[in-house]
Write a protein that binds this ligand. Structure first.
Ligand SMILES: [Fe+2]
Ligand SMILES: [Fe+2]
Length: 404
């Protein structure tokens, strides 16, 4: 017999078990379907807003309970759209709003796989499964804001084995700055090469992640479905958020060649997309949130103008030039980029009157052009912003201190 939602919420007859990966009858080696196909993780939306995202092995429902006072006060969050609660789906995104970023947050994900989903009754294939997790205070007591950047992993999942170990001291969020997947062909790409690393990083470092597309994640037919697996602020790949008085602009630089390039088969329109985004960026950089922020950080996959230009890597795209022109007037504190697979610190120039750090990346094609994967770490405390870049061995490649 299926449970009513009231019974489900109350846990009646659920026989709830706490396990990192509870399985149910149906499929798999021992006739089981994994309830948590992708473990629950946190995607950042606001200083006081995150989405808990997970995937189930079969169509399921689920919700999140959370607390900031050791479960003395318990809140419940459901994914909800057009009056319907999350059900009959593989991807689950429950938004937690209004938490205190100065305190740690504990959460539990309650999920349950359907046996059948009829118009007037549903049945479940197994008991409720629970996975629990926590998030450290995004804004710790010492007044600091700290964030880190992965980029250009290109499906080399072993990169996480080493770089995750260097995340110590990062509390606010971690950004995945594009080219995490080589191309998006099917759900398995998204599940195993994007969401699973999000879960690994989020659960290990106990922080939320923010995802930005690189040019590679615009490739492949399933790139059109990628957004279904993400909790995007305002349903856009680009956006801005204020954390601890610091304004972050996350920009989607799109493809790296002209729309008419033969590789795209006439199926992209990034000129139009960036025109729209640049109009938004102009409004953003003129807003009070931007102008009055303690610091203004831009994160984008394809870099702005380099201090010393190397080959024709930007393909003279007017849409990127227009983005650079807006940022030139925007009193940017720091820009964080990727794409080149060649890490470096780029001092300010006339065209780009703010410093820019570019993360490294693994060898693709021409190994002489590429070095290796890196983790960028930033910490802003008072009037000092420290920017570090580490390689997989933990060697400090860049160590800068900026006065804000
Ligand atoms: Fe790349
Ligand atoms: Fe790239």
């Amino acid at each position: 017999m299926g449970l009513t939602r009231r019974e489900f919420l109350a846990g009646i007859g659920a026989g709830a078990s706490v396990s990192p990966a509870v399985t149910f009858g149906g499929k798999g080696a021992e006739g089981a379907v994994e309830c948590f196909r992708v473990k629950p993780h946190l995607q950042l939306l606001e200083e006081n807003g995150v989405a808990v995202v997970w995937m189930t092995g079969a169509k399921a429902t689920g919700y999140v309970t959370w607390t900031q006072d050791d479960w003395n006060t318990k809140h419940t969050a459901w994914q909800e759209k057009d009056g319907l609660l999350d059900a009959n789906s593989y991807v689950h995104k429950a938004v937690i709003n209004g938490f205190d970023p100065h305190r740690r947050l504990d959460f539990r994900v309650h999920s349950r796989i359907f046996g059948s989903f009829g118009p007037y009754t549903v049945s479940y294939a197994g008991d409720e499964a629970i996975d629990s997790g926590m998030m450290n205070a995004i804004l710790p007591g010492d007044g600091s804001i700290s964030w880190a950047m992965f980029n250009d992993v290109h499906e080399n999942l072993d990169i996480y084995d080493s770089l995750i170990g260097h995340l110590d001291g990062i509390a606010s969020f971690c950004v995945f700055n594009g080219d995490i997947i080589n191309h998006v062909d099917d759900e398995a790409d998204v599940e195993q090469r994007l969401l699973a690393p999000f879960a690994r990083v989020s659960q290990t470092a106990k922080l939320p992640v923010w995802y930005l597309r690189g040019n590679h994640e615009t490739r492949g037919g399933f790139a059109r479905n990628l957004r279904d697996y993400l909790a995007l602020k305002d349903s856009r790949y680009y956006g801005a958020v204020t954390i601890g008085g610091v304004r972050f602009a996350f920009l989607d630089t799109g493809e790296d060649k002209q729309d008419g390039h033969r590789e795209y088969s006439g199926l992209v329109a990034f000129d139009r997309y960036l025109e729209e985004q640049n109009a938004w960026l102009k409004r953003e950089t003129m807003s009070a949130e931007w102008r009055n922020a303690h610091a203004r950080i831009v994160i984008r996959h394809i870099p702005g103008p380099l201090t010393v230009p190397v080959r024709d890597w930007r393909h003279n795209l007017p849409r990127l030039y227009n983005m650079d022109m807006i940022l030139k007037q925007a009193n940017v504190t720091l820009c964080m980029c990727a794409h080149l697979h060649h890490w470096d610190w780029h001092a300010p120039t006339t065209a780009r009157p703010y410093p820019m750090i570019v993360g490294g990346g693994p060898g693709l094609g021409n190994p002489r052009d590429h070095d290796n994967a890196t983790l960028a770490k930033c910490r802003l405390c008072g009037k000092t912003l420290s920017v570090q870049l580490l390689n997989q061995a933990g060697r400090l490649l860049i160590n800068k201190t900026l006065a804000i």
